[in-house]
Design a protein around this ligand. Structure first.
Ligand SMILES: NC(=O)c1ccc[n+]([C@@H]2O[C@H](COP(=O)([O-])OP(=O)(O)OC[C@H]3O[C@@H](n4cnc5c(N)ncnc54)[C@H](OP(=O)(O)O)[C@@H]3O)[C@@H](O)[C@H]2O)c1
Length: 250
């Protein structure tokens, strides 16, 4: 089967491309560096010719509110129009659990991306994932205030990229669900507890504190804002195992 992976050089994209190729599929790992750009439209027509499925794993170079919204809207429009022209029969995209339950600029952009997919008429599956364990560093940095990391009191259930990619590949090879599949890591715990364990393990001396006024990327969150509420597919790699393998350089 021919599959086009948009963002095929990224964290999840590169792992997904490798899994699909191992399974004997014809895979285009698309990125601006390989001459395929969803913002300019460059290379899309040739890349999509004869493809049965497209997996959108692209990410915005800027997370600033306006820039990220513009990225996911423009990228989504160009990609979906090119897929319609090429007759692609399954569009898969990686989104985020809870994007419609709390407000921040990045979540708004992912909601816009999902709306374009649903309206496109192309059979689709949206995978909503919780935060990647690989994103913990970025979360801690964005919440740092002097020698403290201030976090809201909500639950957290991060998932390893090595658990995400096989699910993305499997979903792309299966029939479109025309709906949402939710995935999360094996452990659910308070946000501050997970970030504190991570910082301790990497030798970062910042103190993690609960702050009822703290926001998640600028948006208010409640206890269950970032975790799945219904049926969820769980990964197998918990924080401790992930830390062991990432510290071993795996
Ligand atoms: N971080 C999280 O915790 C989380 C949780 C749930 C879902 N997600 C979603 O997961 C998806 C993948 O995230 P990731 O961390 O794997 O991303 P990433 O590592 O930042 O990779 C982004 C990819 O997008 C490509 N790209 C950027 N601009 C492009 C363009 N104009 N046209 C085509 N490709 C372009 C990049 O290509 P170059 O390398 O050439 O720049 C790269 O391959 C994102 O949509 C994100 O919203 C993230």
């Amino acid at each position: 089967m021919k599959v086009v992976v948009i963002g095929g050089t990224g964290l999840i994209g590169s792992k997904t491309v490798a899994i699909l190729r191992q399974g004997g599929h014809q895979v285009v790992a698309a990125s601006p560096q390989s001459g395929i750009n969803t913002i300019t439209g460059e290379g899309l027509k040739d890349a999509l010719a004869g493809a049965q499925a497209t997996i959108d794993l692209a990410n915005s170079p800027s997370f600033e509110d306006k820039a990220v919204l513009e990225f996911f809207e423009t990228s989504g429009r160009n990609l979906l129009a090119a897929e319609t022209a090429a007759g692609v029969r399954h569009h898969v995209a990686l989104s985020i659990v809870g994007i419609d339950r709390s407000e921040n600029g990045y979540f708004r952009a992912k909601v816009a991306q999902e709306k374009l997919i649903v309206a496109s008429g192309i059979p689709y599956t949206i995978i909503r994932s919780t935060q990647f364990l690989e994103f913990l560093r970025g979360i801690a940095d964005s919440s740092t205030d002097g020698n403290m990391v201030r976090l809201p009191s909500c639950l957290f259930q991060p998932i390893a990229a090595d658990d995400v990619a096989p699910i993305v590949a499997e979903v792309a090879l299966a029939a479109p669900r025309n709906g949402i599949v939710e995935i999360a890591g094996p452990e659910r715990a308070p946000f501050s507890e997970i970030v504190a364990r991570y910082l301790k393990a990497v030798g970062d001396p910042h103190e993690v504190v609960h702050d009822p006024e703290a926001r998640y990327w600028g948006g208010r969150v409640e206890e269950h804002s970032l975790v799945p509420l219904g049926e969820v597919r769980r990964g197998r790699i918990g924080l401790d195992e992930w830390l062991r393998s990432s510290q071993a350089g795996a």
